[in-house]
Design a protein around this ligand. Structure first.
Ligand SMILES: N[C@@H](CCC[C@H](N)C(=O)O)C(=O)O
Length: 293
């Protein structure tokens, strides 16, 4: 039986999503339906799909409310291939804008709202650069796998970083190497991480640091979506990795240029450890109705 799915298309620096409101948790799409919606030829097209559901109606969302009773809304995030992900940094900004646009939340300058995600509750606020998300405490995880990618003559060491979802960051020599990559092909990691990983390739800008701000360029192959124009959690992981490689004195504020634009990353101390925040734009592009089988 087919039904009509009312959706909104949005993006953050070109990382694009299909969003729909399902406050009561009645519309649970199967992985095959999600992949059909995200298909760029036969569906709406998107790097991922986001269902806006009240945390109390998610089923497994109870933990979001246990963590923070203010996390009334849950970002139910799915990759384009129908696989689930814990977190999406661009997605959570676009999701917040969607909730505001739908009249489901208010967000005034200087305030923040709590959003439930599978990686935990995240706080989103308005910033001079759009929206800023406190991505929580990050950690080194995933070791230093060797990474092979089409366009690279030899395998390179990567650095595993977890920011709620898994990433492996690889440093390249220069812009030519970055542009020579063919990320239509899946990068191969050795050892292969059990849960897969998003893989970011980075090069320093010239100069690396300007007016106290670190600057890098990045391309990404996202787990479950392929090459995308941007990845917020990937930008955060990339800035953390480059700061680590740069050593003592490296800045805590970074500007990450991706094919779809620029996002900001800021590291700061908090009671539970070092947090990292992501800022950038969030745009809603059009609304539509899709007949879904
Ligand atoms: N584009 C996102 C990340 C989406 C999830 C990722 N593909 C995964 O599987 O972890 C971002 O902006 O962070």
């Amino acid at each position: 039986m087919s039904f009509d799915l009312r959706f909104t298309k949005g993006h953050g620096t070109g990382n694009d999503f299909v969003l729909f409101a399902d406050p009561d948790g009645d519309t649970v799409l199967s992985p095959a339906q999600i992949a059909a919606v995200c298909d760029r030829h036969f569906g709406v097209g998107g790097d991922g799909l986001i269902r806006a559901v009240r945390s109390e109606n998610l089923g497994d969302g109870a933990s979001a409310l246990d963590e923070d009773a203010a996390a009334v809304w849950f970002m139910d995030y799915w990759n384009a291939d129908g696989s689930v992900s814990e977190m999406c940094g661009n997605g959570v900004r676009v999701y917040t804008r969607f909730l505001i646009d739908q009249g489901l939340v208010d967000l005034a300058p200087g305030e923040s709202i709590a959003i439930g995600t599978r990686a935990g509750v995240r706080r989103v606020s308005l910033s001079e650069h759009g929206f800023e998300v406190d991505m929580g405490v990050w950690r080194r995880d995933g070791g230093e796998p060797l990474v092979r990618a089409k366009g690279l003559s030899v395998a390179r060491p990567g650095l595993g970083i977890d920011v709620g979802n898994p990433h492996v960051v690889v440093a390249l020599a220069d812009d030519d190497e970055l542009e020579g990559l063919d990320l239509a092909y899946l990068p191969i990691l050795d050892p292969v991480p059990d849960a897969g990983a998003n893989v970011e390739f980075v090069v320093p800008a010239e100069p690396l640091v300007e007016a106290g701000v670190g600057r890098i360029r990045m391309r990404v192959h996202e787990r479950g979506s392929g090459e995308t124009l941007s990845c917020g959690t990937g930008a955060v992981a990339a800035a953390l990795a480059v700061r680590f490689w740069a050593g003592a004195g490296a800045p805590d504020v970074w500007r990450v240029q991706v094919p779809g634009g620029v996002v900001g990353v800021r590291m700061f101390e908090s009671a539970d450890g070092e947090h990292v925040a992501l800022s950038g734009p969030a745009e809603l592009v059009f609304d539509g109705v899709l007949a879904l089988a």
